[in-house]
Design a protein around this ligand. Structure first.
Ligand SMILES: Nc1ncnc2c1ncn2[C@@H]1O[C@H](COP(=O)(O)OP(=O)(O)OP(=O)(O)O)[C@@H](O)[C@H]1O
Ligand SMILES: [Mg+2]
Length: 339
């Protein structure tokens, strides 16, 4: 049975650009999928297709058990979306923005008011609740947009770079909110440029590049595929690099890599701490002084780099224009039209 979010062969072109080139996804109910990929990979386009803001050229999508292409209105009622570009009404206050969303979802006025109050508290916006959103900072807008996505706690949620532009405290806070949501049974698809975020929140990760899913698995599975542990040594003297390379070659499973300017050498190994101790002894015997040495497992950043050839980079959302202006203009959810 397909999961709460299911996509098969999604294709979307914009003129010459093939933004999606056959995206397949399957997210089991009550889990979090982290969608990772370099800028322009097709993450936002995927989210927009799955939330009915864009109509794919071909392929199939089922969200919350509903066919996205056949019944977009029903899908819209069952999903929550927080876009990459905060979609708040500048002229309304934070409180009014949230109440408006509640009313779009046919909540009673009183219930919408109560819910708005709860969310303003939860997202640290209570003090600014009665100011027009145009006076909010970037991080406050982002939080208001996330709060708006949670007004009706839909069973399936999409969050496109939810914590871009948030300070560490607010990011941590949002992670807690997300964990709480998911423990309540919500299914979430999340895109992010912060790999730590995917590591922390996602049960499963899909890496997209050039409009296709190029790798899929848990964080640990992807790390294991990138290669096992490695020994990292920083030698004290540049003159010792050559000798150290010789030592590491003797212990490693492959050729050591050398970063001249930091005097750092890295070599893939098996054997863990015991081997590390042997390396230290041998370096000592040869009189190679070291500043630092350690055993390192690949991080999700290493995975990302080895799969896509890019380093993940977080951008400032205000400067992040990437050809999806419709998100910025959208005023309130459930009102957008399918392009
Ligand atoms: N409305 C549009 N018109 C033309 N091209 C578009 C449109 N939306 C997206 N694209 C193009 O489709 C490709 C995928 O864009 P998308 O926004 O999905 O990338 P992304 O993975 O979300 O990137 P980012 O990390 O920068 O947010 C890019 O080449 C982008 O320029
Ligand atoms: Mg995007």
């Amino acid at each position: 049975m397909p999961g709460a979010i299911y996509a098969e062969g999604l294709v979307k072109t914009f003129g010459d650009v093939r933004a999606l080139d056959g995206v397949d996804l399957d997210v089991p109910e009550g889990t979090v999928l982290g969608l990772l990929g370099p800028n322009g990979a097709g993450k936002t386009t995927t989210v927009r297709c799955l939330t009915t803001l864009l109509r794919p050229d071909s392929g199939k999508a089922v969200v919350a058990g509903i066919d996205v292409l056949k019944h977009p209105d029903a899908v819209r009622r069952s999903v929550g979306l927080s876009g990459q570009f905060a979609a708040v009404d500048e002229y309304l206050t934070g409180r009014e923005n949230l109440q408006m969303v509640g009313q779009l979802y046919q909540m009673r006025a009183k219930a919408a008011k109560v819910r708005a109050g709860e969310l303003l508290e939860q997202f640290n916006l209570a003090e600014a609740a009665d100011r027009p959103a145009k006076t909010y900072s970037g991080g406050m807008r982002r939080r208001l947009d996330l709060a708006a996505a949670l007004v009706v706690s839909p069973p399936v949620m999409f969050m496109d770079e939810p914590t871009t532009g948030l300070d560490p405290r607010n990011r941590q806070h949002l992670w807690d909110v997300i964990k709480q949501l998911v423990s309540g049974g919500t299914t979430l698809l999340l895109t992010t440029q912060y790999l730590e975020e995917a590591d922390n929140l996602a049960h499963d990760i899909a890496v997209v590049d050039h409009g296709r899913v190029i790798a899929r698995g848990t964080s640990d599975e992807l790390k294991a595929r990138t290669g096992g542990e490695r020994v990292e040594v920083v030698v004290h003297e540049r003159e010792h690099i050559r000798d150290a390379v010789e030592v590491l070659t003797g212990f490693g499973k492959g050729d050591p890599t050398v970063e001249e300017h930091t005097r750092k050498l890295t070599v893939p190994v098996t054997g863990g701490a015991k081997l590390l101790a042997e390396v230290i002894r041998e370096l000592d015997v040869r009189g190679i002084e070291i500043d630092d040495i350690g055993l390192r497992r690949p991080t999700l950043d290493d995975v990302f780099l080895s799969l896509t050839g890019h380093v993940a980079e977080a951008r400032d959302e205000e400067n992040g224009a990437n050809g999806t202006p419709a998100d910025t203009k959208a005023r309130g959810r459930g009102k957008e039209t399918t392009e």
